[in-house]
Design a protein around this ligand. Structure first.
Ligand code: COA
Length: 253
């Protein structure tokens, strides 16, 4: 894989690393495709018992790469955003997923954590889901999972006002297992992944099956998709994307 997604399989743990630190690991369509493929292959590879998600640099991910997203998803006749295949795969995953998160986890960077079974946050982690700021709606079944996890009003403030959640608050709210110093976050997540890899594969699969309402998640992803695609065509969403592009080109000029 060469689209800023690194994969390594060792001791039954598939480590997937976002390696686009210079762009804050903003996710392009090609990156989503690689992530989707990695999850699809992991699902059927008996050598993979645990998936560990991590990211290089100071930030977990800035979410969708906005210029790439505009190019691939807003043109007339464009296919659905590549992110949808990724979130469907996440929602359907039968193997445990562990995440190590430092810095900003924006958009799908925050919502994907709802599909992880163990989450370790660096003390500088910041979860942001500014969907309404971009005139969009929540995705990855987060419109159901986030209020379920942290309560309606906190989830609503995240989505509708773009209010970030810091690491300590995320821990208290049940979004993470532990908050550790940045230098320790990968090690802590890797240790947890190793512990899972030594457990009974069948018992882990059955436990995840019992704990995740996969059909509800899948249905909610499709419902969100309908609204998301509708919103994408709205003048407000196009204006929000243009504002980002204008800011970005001003910063580089
Ligand atoms: N899409 C495309 N490029 C992005 C990006 C995104 N979502 N987020 C950051 N980048 C790029 C910037 O354009 C910049 O590129 P350049 O160095 O070529 O100018 C580089 O990454 C660094 O970004 P910068 O904003 O200077 O980094 P920062 O460390 O000050 O802030 C963030 C980090 C994540 C807080 C900030 O980049 C941000 O808010 N990004 C947008 C997040 C967003 O709205 N995502 C959409 C969610 S659906």
């Amino acid at each position: 894989m060469n689209n800023f997604i690194a994969r390594e399989l060792r001791d039954h743990i598939l480590t997937i690393t976002l390696t686009r630190a210079a762009k804050r690991n903003a996710l392009t369509s090609a990156m989503y495709d690689d992530l989707s493929q990695a999850l699809e292959e992991a699902e059927i590879d008996p050598e993979v018992r645990v998936i560990l998600l991590q990211a290089d640099g100071d930030n977990f991910t800035a979410g969708n790469d906005i210029p790439d997203f505009i190019e691939h998803s807003t043109a007339p006749g464009a296919s659905e955003p590549a992110a949808f295949r990724f979130v469907r795969n996440l929602g359907a995953a039968s193997k445990p997923i562990v995440a190590a998160v430092q810095g900003n986890a924006v958009g799908v960077g925050a919502t994907l954590l709802l599909h992880c079974d163990l989450v370790y946050l660096a003390d500088n982690a910041r979860l942001v889901a500014p969907f309404v700021n971009l005139a969009l709606v929540p995705e990855a079944a987060s419109s159901w999972l986030m209020p379920l996890r942290i309560g309606h009003v906190r989830a609503y403030a995240m989505f509708a006002l773009g209010e970030p959640i810091d690491a300590t608050t995320a821990l208290q709210a049940g979004l993470a297992n532990a908050v550790v110093p940045v230098a320790e976050v990968r090690g802590r997540a890797a240790a947890a992944a190793s512990a899972l890899a030594r457990q009974s594969v069948g018992a882990l699969a059955a436990t995840k099956h019992l704990m995740r309402e996969r059909s509800t998640i899948a249905a909610r992803i499709e419902e969100e998709r309908t609204f998301f695609l509708e919103r994408l065509k709205s003048p407000e969403a196009l204006a929000a994307f243009e504002a980002f592009t204008a800011r970005a080109s001003k910063a580089t000029s």
